[in-house]
Ligand binder design. Structure first.
Ligand code: ADP
Length: 558
């Protein structure tokens, strides 16, 4: 910061304020101050050292031109004459200097240097104009030569004298060229800054637009959305989520911590342990879908399906998580009613069906002993097959609804597979499918053999059902890494990648299965999945449409 005298001096020559703080018009006015100040200073010197110059017409004309050069910027309407002023003012200044110098009777040789102001002015404001440099050279030469032409100084002047004076226009023209160059590069830099500024503004406007869009989307979707940072602090929460959150707030704790919220597991009554709560899991970095929780006390309880997706930075470290809460109370209640209905219905249907099957067996036995009753036997076998299929469907429905507890004991998986393959042999022969049992003599472990029977039966039955005549179905099982593994591979119709994600859902059947005559209601794989889950195992499928599928079941046996 400059203070006192230096500051007053700077104000006098118009250098106390930064030019880019001013508009173009103010800058133009201010740019004349150095010239005026210098001419004023020279006039003061002349007044002291050579007052007779004030009697010279040329000197006075010079002063008048100096004052005249200040007037356009102040008097003429700036907007209309702006471009003209950039030429007019320096040209008037050139004329003023020429007159002052010629009128100064040789005392003001140094005044030629003042010409640097209009020279720089012209070069600075019109850096791309060649005319400017020609004017600069011509005007400065004229200023230097005018006193000679007027017969001032020595009576005779030599060529050296002329050459000595010619240095000034050359130097000033070079200064003009240099100023034009600096001006051009500053212009380019300014343009770059303007471009960058425009890009920044556009980027800022775009990000604001996106933020608004995101906000509108988040406020419009009929689900609760909360975004937490890596420490678990809320970064954003939509109004739907705020309402849901209120349901979980216990009456006696108005501002509860996450572990104090009324959050229950699927059975609606067991409070969910803190580390199994969706927000805690998400903060720990896990991504998951459809975790079912119950929120709130008995009167206001809501079922929520929660999904979370963790956010990562470029280095892959977690920066937080987006958690979505979807209210599925009506759906879950409807499913419960449906399950109860299915359970009741299938239970009611099983008893008469078992009885029908028993009686068909009795009649079949009697018919087989009758002479020439082949056609009757064949008809009864069809009735028996269909009644058995119906009983299987009803049993499947009952199993899905009830999910009976496992009866784990020491058992042999090889025996289970052999017996399943033997029972499926008839179905395979009828379908023209080759069935291969590749399992060794013994695979012992602790599991529920009846339920595993159901698993292998169902997989083999599906493999045959969804294969055309001529296909091969092979069953394999082995012991590895403290687990039992079973694979059922077929060369049948296969399952598309999209369908593979859904085949374990209740009642799901692929389009091919629905179009084919293969009987089924889409419960078998869902039941298998539950049985395998109850054994803490896993089931996966690899398949290629048109080429076949492999189902692999793994259960730990320790
Ligand atoms: P379904 O009673 O229809 O057989 P599942 O639950 O056993 O019901 O199977 C569900 C669906 O998965 C089937 O409808 C069928 O579309 C498909 N699927 C199951 N196993 C196979 C297989 N081995 N090959 C091709 N598709 C299969």
């Amino acid at each position: 910061m400059t203070t006192g005298l230096p500051r007053t001096f700077l104000r006098l020559i118009g250098a106390d304020r930064r030019l880019h703080d001013l508009d173009r018009h103010q800058r133009l006015i201010r740019n004349q101050r150095p010239f005026l100040f210098t001419v004023g200073f020279v006039c003061l010197l002349v007044l002291v050292l050579s007052p007779q110059a004030y009697g010279q017409g040329l000197f006075l004309a010079g002063l008048a031109l100096t004052l005249l050069s200040c007037l356009p910027a102040v008097l003429l309407p700036w907007r209309r004459f702006a471009s003209m002023m950039y030429w007019l003012i320096p040209l008037l200044q050139f004329a003023a200097i020429a007159a002052l110098r010629a009128g100064g009777n040789g005392y003001l040789v140094g005044l030629s240097l003042v010409v640097v102001f209009p020279v720089i002015w012209l070069a600075w404001f019109m850096p791309r104009s060649l005319a400017v440099h020609i004017i600069n050279f011509t005007a400065t030469s004229f200023i230097v030569i005018l006193p000679i032409l007027l017969g001032q100084g020595s009576a005779s002047f030599s060529l050296e004298d002329l050459a000595g004076r010619a240095i000034i226009p050359v130097i000033l023209t070079v200064i003009g060229l240099f100023a034009a160059n600096v001006s051009r590069s500053i212009d380019a830099q300014q343009q770059e800054l303007v471009d960058k500024d425009r890009q920044l503004r556009l980027a800022a406007a775009e990000s604001e637009r996106r933020a608004q869009l995101l906000n509108t989307v988040i406020e419009t979707v009929p689900v609760g959305v909360v975004v937490v940072d890596a420490e678990g602090h809320d970064m954003m929460m939509n109004s739907h989520q705020r309402e849901l959150h209120q349901i979980g707030v216990p009456r006696e704790v108005p501002d509860p911590r996450e572990d104090q919220l009324l959050v229950f597991g699927e059975d609606k009554t067991t409070p969910l342990p803190a580390e199994e709560r969706p927000v805690r899991r998400a903060v720990k970095g896990s991504s998951f879908t459809h975790q079912l929780i119950w929120l709130g006390d008995q009167r206001h309880r809501r079922a929520l399906s929660v999904s979370a997706n963790s956010m990562k930075d470029r280095e892959g470290s977690s920066t937080g998580s987006v958690i979505v809460f979807s209210d599925v109370t009506e759906l879950v209640e409807a499913l419960e009613v449906k399950d109860e209905f299915l359970q009741a219905m299938s239970h009611e249907l099983r008893t008469p069906l078992t009885s029908i099957l028993g009686y068909i067996d009795l009649v079949l036995e009697e018919a087989e002993s009758l002479p020439a009753a082949e056609s009757l036997c064949a008809n009864l076998q069809v009735a028996e097959r269909n009644a058995s299929r119906l009983l299987q469907m009803v049993t499947d429905l009952l199993t899905t609804a009830a999910r009976p507890a496992l009866k784990v004991r020491e058992a042999d998986l090889a025996e289970v597979v052999h017996s399943s393959v033997a029972s499926a042999r008839l179905q395979a022969d009828a379908a023209g499918v080759t069935l291969i049992d590749g399992v060794g003599p013994s695979l012992r472990g602790r599991f529920d053999p009846d339920r595993m029977h159901q698993v292998v039966d169902n997989l083999i039955s599906n493999a045959i059902k969804y294969s055309a005549a001529g296909a091969t179905v092979s069953v394999d099982a082995w012991h590895e890494d403290r687990s039992l593994h079973i694979t059922v591979t077929d060369t049948g119709q296969g399952i598309s990648e999209r369908d593979q994600r859904e085949i374990f859902e209740k009642f799901f059947r692929t389009e091919e299965a629905r179009d084919s005559a293969a009987p089924g209601i889409g419960l078998g794989l869902n039941i298998i999945k539950h049985i395998v889950d109850d054994h803490h195992g896993s089931i996966r499928v690899t398949s290629e449409p048109g080429r076949g599928s492999t189902f692999t079941v793994t259960i730990p046996v320790q």
